[in-house]
Design a protein around this ligand. Structure first.
Ligand code: SF4
Ligand code: SF4
Length: 181
């Protein structure tokens, strides 16, 4: 399927690319010459018509700050680093995407699902709450209990990471998991 073109009707921030290249992992953003290797090897792009790492890189180069930081597709990256391994220009594509996600998160633009996953992690040490039925099923199959998570240690290691601000606006369910204070 032909790739959708980038609309540059949104505001361009000429300084945006420099913000990205100042961040660890973002340094080689401007070396991208748009060959498309990252997109063709990306396992997520294989299953999505919208997700295109080459396009994310181009949007960052062009300074489409608002467009790239507000887009949901940024969060589809599975951080598998295939793109980084394959880029002929040495662009750390996965790291650039991480930088962009961090910038979006700093502005409070985090999809609800990730906030809930973070809440679960803080509460249980697992990103998904494991239902009692699943634990019983394990027992009935003679499987060992799940490894115990050191929640206190986990919360300690998260201290100073502005977790509270990341969870702003999280659902009631997620709020109940506020164990780090
Ligand atoms: S593989 Fe590298 S050079 Fe090619 S489009 Fe992706 S980031 Fe740009
Ligand atoms: S790190 Fe992200 S963009 Fe790169 S190949 Fe993996 S899923 Fe695709």
């Amino acid at each position: 399927m032909a790739e959708e073109s980038i609309s540059i009707s949104s505001k361009i921030d000429p300084k945006f690319r420099y913000e990205v290249i100042r961040m660890p992992g973002g340094e080689k953003l401007l070396q991208c010459f748009q060959c498309g290797t990252c997109t063709s090897d990306c396992p997520v792009a294989r299953f999505s018509d919208k997700y295109r790492p080459r396009k994310i890189i181009r949007m960052a180069q062009l300074g489409l700050r608002e467009k790239v930081l507000s887009s949901d597709f940024l969060w589809l990256c599975a951080s598998c680093f295939t793109c980084t391994d394959r880029c002929p220009q040495g662009v750390e594509v996965a790291s650039v995407i991480r930088v962009l996600k961090n910038m979006a998160a700093a502005e409070g633009r985090i999809p609800e699902v990730f906030k809930v996953l973070l809440s679960n992690l803080i509460k249980t040490g697992y990103i998904y709450e494991i239902p009692e039925s699943r634990i019983k099923k394990r027992e009935s199959l003679g499987l060992p209990p799940l490894p115990k998570v050191n929640i206190e240690g986990l919360n300690k290691s998260l201290q100073g990471m502005s977790i509270e601000s990341f969870l702003k606006g999280v659902s009631e369910k997620g709020r109940e998991a506020k164990l780090w204070v």
